[in-house]
Design a binder for this molecule. Sequence first.
Ligand code: AMP
Length: 380
Amino acid sequence: VRVGILGAGQLAQMLTEAGTRLGMSHVLLAPEHDACAASCGVFVHGDYDDPHALSRFSEHADVATFEFENVPTHAVEWLEDRIPVRPSAEVLRIAQDRLREKETFRRLGIPVPRFEAINTLLELQHHAEAVGLPAVLKTRTLGYDGKGQAIVRDTRAESLQRAWRAIGGTPAILEELVPFDRELSVIGTQSPDGEQVFYSLNENVHREGILRLTMARATDPQREIAEEYARRLLVEFGYVGTLALELFEVEGGLLANEMAPRVHNSGHWTIEGAETSQFENHMRAVCGLPLGGTLQHRAAAMVNLIGTLPAVHDVLAIPDAHLHVYGKAERPGRKVGHITLIDHANNSVEFNTRVARALELAGEDAAAYALTLRESQRGA
Ligand code: AMP
């Protein structure tokens, strides 16, 4: 089977690694000259909505998927008229728009933080009290890794104006800033005939809007309800592929932040830590193959490498550390690799020391992660 992937970053790289093992071949389309997955298959260089590029891409593919959620939906719709695209343009359109996304969550009974749609500065002034401060103003579209966001702390005219200007005065949502205890994500895969699998819940720590650390929590008390929310989304959209749902844990309950209609950074540990990775299950689903088991055997953690890479030797000197280098140029704020740690010795104290060491190599202050490292759970 020839699988087309829109986007050619590290997610595409890890998707093609899984696909190649299953005998699939790949075609990738991306606008960057130096896309890190360009050599992972036939590479079509061009904008996502360039008709020539799309047409070449579709000629090389039996089925298509995407690794990047800001692909223009009209390009995906154009493809859908020619080959199956999984997941669909419909779910992509909703995931690209924070307002439609939150409305969908609400309709499906998935709790969300209080929010209001904001189209003008006047509406911002009008709704700030009702949403409650502090709040975060987020552009409806094209936001990721904390971009396109401004915090609103008080209702003074100049504060509201500043926030409105900071996001470029475009349609937005104003959302209460929730005092979360933890950030969690749940990842699941659904096949075309409705088979579903879910991975251990992920506990995630962000800094400056970018994911830094994921701890896989096989026996987390929130796992069941998180899975139930993800299941509703998979069913609602007749979803095909891997989906991630990001959640806040607040006072023992869960509020949905956003979904990603693709494989997700918080699921990178599944390559070494689960029976079948999120990437392989995505490719299986996209090609209509039976899904693989998701069992987590040992405690697992993932540390992102942002901006610069540590010395390879230092990473590999950590027992049970697995290094993934994406082959991207180093640049501040850019995800250039990750480290996965698996607790093969089944010793949570030692394991936490190793995760802390990986965080240090990633340039993080490991002490700031003490709460998350307090106890590593074992695999199932
Ligand atoms: P997002 O782009 O919506 O995923 O936001 C990036 C990060 O900002 C999240 O992972 C949170 O750490 C933080 N954040 C976003 N929205 C909220 C909120 N309503 N309350 C508290 N923190 C938030």
